[in-house]
Design a protein. Structure first.
Length: 178
């Protein structure tokens, strides 16, 4: 695996190193030893799948406040997404900034999103499945969110959403809870 830092500390693009032959290819998607050797102590405790039927489906921006923060490794296993991480850590030099990356099943890359960051994505294709590996077991009742198009963040989404939950559509603008 190759680990490429983004401009936001705690957000890393993870690319595969597949071994290919006449059968096809094989690649590790996550290995605690390889992550640790690259300086990322990420060990999944839960794996979740998001199925999305339509291009333009938006999920997010979601986060979990302390002490329930999660790190997650996100990848498209069918189709493609524009995946976004927003730095909502008040003491961070990149507070309020975002990074976005196209992730596709074909390319196989993932985004490692550390604790204290908000996350969201929009599907770029119909029938897109997104795999989440999360470093802790989800605790119901602690999820929070901010509006996907909050001007505080100024995210440059590649298309406008056509499908989103009522919850995601009605999150308020960001207000630092600190």
């Amino acid at each position: 695996m190759r680990f490429t830092p983004t401009r936001i500390a705690g957000v890393v693009l993870v690319e595969l190193d597949p071994v290919a032959d006449e059968r096809g290819s094989f690649a590790r998607l996550q290995c605690p030893d390889e992550f640790a050797a690259a300086g990322h102590s990420f060990v999944p405790q839960q794996t979740s799948l998001s199925r999305n039927h339509r291009r333009g489906t938006l999920r997010g921006l979601h986060y979990e406040p302390a002490p329930h923060e999660e790190a997650k490794l996100v990848r498209a296993v069918r189709g493609a997404i524009f995946d976004v991480a927003v730095d909502i850590r008040p003491d961070s030099p990149t507070y309020g900034q975002w990074t976005g990356h196209d992730l596709s099943a074909e390319a196989g890359q993932a985004l490692l999103i550390g604790p204290g960051l908000a996350h969201g994505f929009i599907t770029l294709t119909d029938e897109t499945d997104v795999l989440y590996q999360i470093d802790r077991i989800f605790t119901p009742g602690h999820g929070r969110g901010a509006r996907w198009n909050d001007p505080t963040f100024g995210i440059d989404w590649p298309l406008s959403p056509v499908v989103m939950s009522d919850r995601d559509a009605t999150y308020p603008d960001w207000q630092d809870p600190a």
